[in-house]
Design a protein around this ligand. Sequence first.
Ligand SMILES: [Zn+2]
Ligand SMILES: [Zn+2]
Length: 255
Amino acid sequence: MRFASLGSGSRGNATVVQAGSTTLLIDCGFGVAETRRRLGRLGMDLSELTAILLTHEHADHVAGVGAVARAGRVPVWATPGTLAALAPQVGVLPEVHYINCHAPWQIDGLAITPFPVPHDGRESCQYLLSDGSARFAAVTDLGHTTAHMRTVLAGCDGLLFECNHDRDLLLGGHYPAALKRRVDGDFGHLSNAAAAQFIASLDCGRLKHFAAAHLSEQNNRPELARAAMADALGCTADWIAVADQDAGLGWCDLA
Ligand SMILES: [Zn+2]
Ligand SMILES: [Zn+2]
């Protein structure tokens, strides 16, 4: 199993996870041409996508899902709350599957364990994927972490994890007061320090790749996220990958 990012941040998110001939896209925040271009960087084509999993209805996660799903005839899986909130934005999806965010299921040989996260989407969830030997989870867009997450994510081989902002940069920066409150709130986004505190308390004994993700372009710096996560994991800063807004992140092998 391996994972990569097509891009991560408030201008668009999509994570690719591949195991054998099964390729899943978690979120679809880029349009058809941009998704094709970014998949091309990974040596992939849109026609190779097996399914799209959506985490929630915010535009940076779903802006391209209608057009991409129609262009590639790709089935879409999401919670009823996300799908209800999505409908007007994306048009008709060729194939839709409603999931229970507490119930694991399978696509081909990949086991998918959804878990709810506290965010201001209608029914936000994130996903842990396993091919039977390796386990990977992408975890972004959450205002705080939960004990349930700590149980689900224990022993992961790969993690792509939100390091949205440095709290001092956010609170001292130029965002309007209401937006600062939203980002900093319990249903907003995870700070570097909050992410580090969670990761330091998580069983990371099998971790092969860690990617910091959904970094704010105004309220964070890659070196701040790297330093916080390196401290939490007891590794050097250069071991921490960053899923960039424009460049994404190349393949990370978990096998
Ligand atoms: Zn987002
Ligand atoms: Zn969001």
